[in-house]
Design a protein. Structure first.
Lengths: 396, 256
């Protein structure tokens, strides 16, 4: 899907300061070498299986299916991975690659804290130094994850600039990378940023759709009718879609965080409300004003609270191969509670956006249809915030 | 010939960066005039961007103050048109790719020509992506200024060969902001630049004192100062222009 300059249609590219150009070129060369290196792949598979707990389950949600009375629903349980989210797939790949490149230090941005925790985990495992940038607002929303990162030996730097959320954490991590390149790898957490990151992160996350395909063929003897995942930057979604892109009969549905609604300013639904721009190293869709100033975005979910989207999603949208739908805070919170009560699974509030859309469309589909929802992470981290949303103040 | 060339005809060039609208456009106009009257050879006018990823805290602060004051690209265009009546020195815009792209690249670049802006510096537009705006810049006679960094190494010759206006040599790793010491082997970088182009080159990032400016200008064709000037605006607000004038004079005297 990627052309040599890291373009997905018109999207992607490398819009970064000259200071970083040789670093991304070095990364691309190393990645192109190691992705075909059998020893690298053996080590990564071992980390995936023995350390992260892959393959993750494809679980038939029988109660939910019966309750909704339509399509058969399967849940891809990325929440069962070590550290509780899909983020570990990408991080183990990038950390191993960085180590092979002779880097001794990982830096990362994080929104909800899941990518930061995953990076801190990989750094601890592989004996690397780790610094995580996190918007100050998010360090408050996700205090437990801040503690987890510190426990794992990482330094967490609260970012106070801009809106003090994920986009500012990305900007600050980029600034840090320009000041220290020789020993440092920027372990970007989503399918965004300059080439080759959108491709590298996608390839490491593509294990999700590779497994879904094998598992559904084994269980049902056929491909699903729809694959649904939440989209912030879009890494779990592209991971869930990737091996189905050529299977035109499979609907690919990305759920964007609409916050208080796409007709309000308090939204983070980039494809639904944004337009093409250039930011954080890539051309893609961004929430922005008419002068190209990046808009403050809002979602109850810290992990989807980002004003851009990965360039491959922008392209899949342009060519009509994937659909991107908005899901509000309210719908996501209802789905969060619904999945907990119906299946005994507490999803991350991010993943609850995907569940919410499935709840909408499953009843409209025939009983012989199949939907796969990727549960990208577990919801323990969100319990206090959801309680607050419902007017209940609990101590974390 | 590029109008920017004139900036390098008065001995070593002193290049001053000022963010438009920090704290307001009247102050920006007074600051530009004070800088030019006191020897600045080229003015870099910053068009603020909400998320300036190549800037340190000082210039980030200026961007924020200007945007909070309601500055927009259209207001800056009207302002520069007015400013051009009094200021003849070469001027370039420094901003981010999205500000140009989002305005409509052709509309933005053709307006630059109309209001006599001589060049464009976009820190997030490296050599590999310059096709985004280069053809339009050529069409309208606006120089697209290239940057060279301490990490450019094997890329220096390639960038220098296709450079226009002037070459902006980034003195140090990291973002903009004053530094006590500059350790990069700039002599070697400038040597490769000279072997590949006649376009003048100036050094920026981290320069604040007359001693640093002299050292950088001795190696190259000029010195670029941003954060040190912005700090004066941060400290003195509307009264900053007279301090900027004094400061620019001390810097230009040091490198003359």
């Amino acid at each position: 899907m990627t052309n040599p300059n890291g373009r997905f249609g018109i999207h992607g590219g490398q819009y970064i300061p000259e200071t970083l150009m040789n670093a991304v070129i070095e990364l691309e060369e190393a990645y192109n070498h190691y992705k075909n290196d059998s020893e690298f792949n053996r080590e990564l598979t071992e980390l995936f299986n023995e350390y992260a707990g892959r393959p993750s389950r494809l679980y038939y949600a029988e109660k939910m299916t019966k309750d909704l009375g339509g399509a058969k629903i399967y849940l891809k349980r990325e929440d069962l991975n070590h550290t509780g989210a899909h983020k570990i797939n990408n991080v183990l790949g990038q950390a191993l690659l960085a180590k092979k490149m002779g880097k001794t230090r990982l830096i990362a941005e994080t929104g909800a804290g899941q990518h930061g925790v995953a990076t801190a985990t990989a750094a601890a495992l592989l004996g690397m130094e780790c610094v995580v940038f996190m918007g100050e607002e998010d360090t408050i929303r996700q205090a437990l994850n801040v503690y987890r990162m510190r426990l794992l030996g990482a330094e967490v730097i609260p970012v106070k600039t801009g809106t003090a959320t994920l986009k500012d954490a990305v900007s600050e991590a980029m600034r840090e990378w320009t000041s220290r390149i020789a020993d440092t790898h920027y372990c970007l957490g989503s399918v965004m940023g300059p080439h080759p990151f959108p491709t590298i992160v996608r390839d490491f996350q593509a294990v999700i759709s590779k497994e879904i395909k094998e598992q559904i063929l084994q269980k049902e003897g056929r491909l699903p009718d729809a694959v649904i995942a939440c989209v912030g930057g879009g890494s779990n979604a592209i991971g869930s879609f990737y091996h189905f892109i050529e299977d035109k009969g499979v609907r690919l549905i990305g759920c964007e965080a609409a916050g208080r609604g796409i007709d309000t300013f308090e939204t983070a639904a980039t494809i639904n409300t944004g337009r093409v721009g250039i930011f954080h190293g890539m051309k893609s869709y961004f929430c922005q004003d008419k002068y190209g100033q990046i808009a403050p975005v809002y979602s109850i979910s810290a992990g989807l609270d980002y004003p851009g989207v990965g360039p491959e999603h922008a392209h899949l949208h342009d060519i009509g191969r994937a659909e991107y739908v908005p899901v509000t805070d309210d719908e996501a919170v209802n789905a969060f509670e619904y999945l907990a009560k119906t299946e005994g699974i507490i999803p991350a509030i991010e993943s609850a956006h995907a569940v919410a859309h499935a709840v909408k469309i499953a009843p409209t589909m025939d009983k012989d249809k199949i939907i796969v929802i990727t549960i990208s992470g577990r919801g323990d981290k969100d319990c206090a915030a959801i309680a607050r949303y419902r007017g209940e103040d609990i101590h974390e | 010939m590029s109008n920017i060339r004139k900036a390098f005809e008065n001995g070593k060039a002193f290049i001053a960066f000022i963010t438009c609208g920090d704290p307001d456009l009247d102050t920006t106009a007074a600051a530009v005039k004070a800088a030019v009257e006191n020897g600045a050879d080229l003015i870099e006018l910053g068009i603020p961007f909400s998320d300036p990823t190549a800037e340190g805290p000082v210039i980030q602060g200026a961007n924020l103050r200007a945007l909070n004051g309601g500055i927009t690209t259209d207001k800056i265009f009207a302002f520069v048109k007015e400013l051009r009546r009094d200021v003849k020195a070469p001027m370039v815009f420094m901003t981010y790719a999205n500000v140009v792209f989002s305005y409509g690249a052709e509309k933005f670049i053709s307006t630059c020509k109309d209001i006599e802006i001589d060049g464009l510096i976009l820190p997030d537009l490296p050599f590999e992506e310059k096709e985004e705006f280069q053809p339009l810049c050529k069409q309208y006679g606006v120089d697209l200024v290239s940057l060279i960094a301490p990490t450019s190494e094997n890329r220096i010759a390639m960038i220098a060969k296709e450079s226009e206006g002037f070459l902006y040599i980034v003195s140090s790793l990291g973002v903009t902001g004053t530094r006590s010491e500059i350790k990069t082997d700039l002599v070697s970088i400038v040597k490769v630049v000279r072997e590949n182009t006649n376009v003048p080159c100036a050094i920026g990032f981290g320069i604040s004192t007359p001693e640093q400016a002299k050292k950088m200008a001795d190696i190259s064709d000029g010195a670029i100062v941003g954060s040190a000037i912005i700090k004066l605006l941060e400290k003195h607000g509307k009264d900053a222009p007279k301090y900027i004038g004094e400061y620019v004079k001390s810097m230009k005297d040091a490198i003359r």
